[in-house]
Design a protein. Sequence first.
Length: 254
Amino acid sequence: MAKIIHPYKKRSASVKRLLALTDTNNYYPRFVLNGYRECPVINWGSSKELPQYEGHIFNKPRNVRNAIDKRAYFRALEYEGVPTVKHTTRRHVAQMWLDRGMSVCVRKLIKSHSGRGMSVCNPGDYLEAAPLYTMYQYQDEEYRVHVVQNRTTINKKQRRKAVLEEDANYQIRTHANGFLFSRKPVGEAIEGPLVETAQAVRRALGLDFCAVDVVYNKAQDRYYPIEANTAPGVVGSLVEWYSEALHQMVAHRE
């Protein structure tokens, strides 16, 4: 049976790479017009409903919306008992954290990624109004755990070689701030808790697949899932991994 990838935007570079390696070659709504109303749909980060579609959707749009919306994300994890960073929508609570000597992540955009709309407010700084605040957790390491049902692979975030140590922003570790994910093996002692954390997040959000960003605090020996990506960037060997994992996901359903 044919399968369709429904991307959050037509020009998704990751989806184009996946299409090149699979027999997946169609987009919504074109496949509906062509009569493919029951083919399995792999929903790559789109929160839009598919009203004319009659088949099975991997990553239902409503669950993707909960992953995209940071407030809904934290509520879902809290409801399912998945440990994560402290969070609040109340400015006075965030101010109380600052008064106690803790730093706060100010999230002005609740539907964003790659650190957009986020800044760190340290004790003594002015706290701006925002729809969401999270308590900043010191991170010794950051990982991205790619999960497709029961399959996982782990990337570790590292400073880019072209970026000097003093120029890197270690509080918000984005590509723009000097960091990237590299696909390197991690030890078994780390892999187990990372996979367990990522799978708990996936189940809490009701997703079939996602990439979970997890920070590790060595002093506390705790893992904090901070974000779930439903349209992760895939390049290099990761394209092949996703191609095979998604194929097996659909085949198992069939």
